[in-house]
Design a protein around this ligand. Sequence first.
Ligand code: FAD
Ligand code: FES
Length: 254
Amino acid sequence: MREQMPIGVTITRITEESPSIRTFTFDQEIPFNPGQFVMVWVPGVDEIPMALSATDAITVQKVGDATAALFSLGVGDQIGIRGPFGNGFAVTGRTLAVGGGIGVSPLHPLATAGLVDVFLLGARSAEDLIFADRLAETTTLFTATDDGSAGHHGFVTDLLGRIDPIDFDHICVCGPEVMMRAVLGILERHGCTDRGQFSLHRYMKCGIGICGSCCTDPGGLRVCRDGPVFTGDRLIASEFGHYTRDASGQRKNL
Ligand SMILES: Cc1cc2nc3c(=O)[nH]c(=O)nc-3n(C[C@H](O)[C@H](O)[C@H](O)COP(=O)(O)OP(=O)(O)OC[C@H]3O[C@@H](n4cnc5c(N)ncnc54)[C@H](O)[C@@H]3O)c2cc1C
Ligand code: FES
């Protein structure tokens, strides 16, 4: 594991997935478990956590300074990669995946490995439903959009009303935390929170369990080292779905 020093990789392809999301493919393969992440060093700007969306790719939504700097790079430019870090998803048997927006990124390699039976994919509108064509090749795909421009008109969590979570051994989830908390609530009503695997996003500085910036209340679980994937029974009585922390450690309500 490359924990301390980033290795330099060269960008070989940039794919525009939507107006605000691009996939950056680079020239080295990184063996990983789907759901693991890397720390991406954007030279001169910052180092930020990103899920691997394939062995040689990250899929990035432009939200602030570091991601904007990534978007300014082109083929042939270099970035630094540390990792992979964290635990990833652990699945055997029948698996349901629920992805919202850019949250589809860590679930994509799980699906392309043939490990997902049914995939519920949600986004704001049709153009934000990224990877849909590829997911339809290896899973039974159902989509939902907030504006009704594709699939079910409404939230991806509505689709869970048509599916019995008890039919699945694992329910792997990544997306906005409010959406993930809603999924956890549904699993709680079915008495199967332990079947849920939720990939958390928290502000991260070191990515290797040292700095404490990604610790969660009340138990101090570190998202970078103990996660980023946690089963629902470990999250039910935690800060999950209620608040998170910014770079200075200040609480931010969701
Ligand atoms: C384990 C993990 C995996 C991730 N995988 C991906 C991925 O595959 N693709 C992707 O596009 N993003 C992913 N993220 C989120 C990504 O790290 C942040 O969007 C990025 O750090 C923002 O950097 P910035 O400098 O551009 O934005 P900033 O200027 O730091 O922030 C801009 C906005 O983004 C929010 N933000 C900052 N950090 C995070 C964060 N960690 N999670 C959620 N919102 C944040 C801020 O609150 C602010 O509103 C992941 C985060 C984690 C922890
Ligand atoms: S990011 Fe430093 S402990 Fe998790």
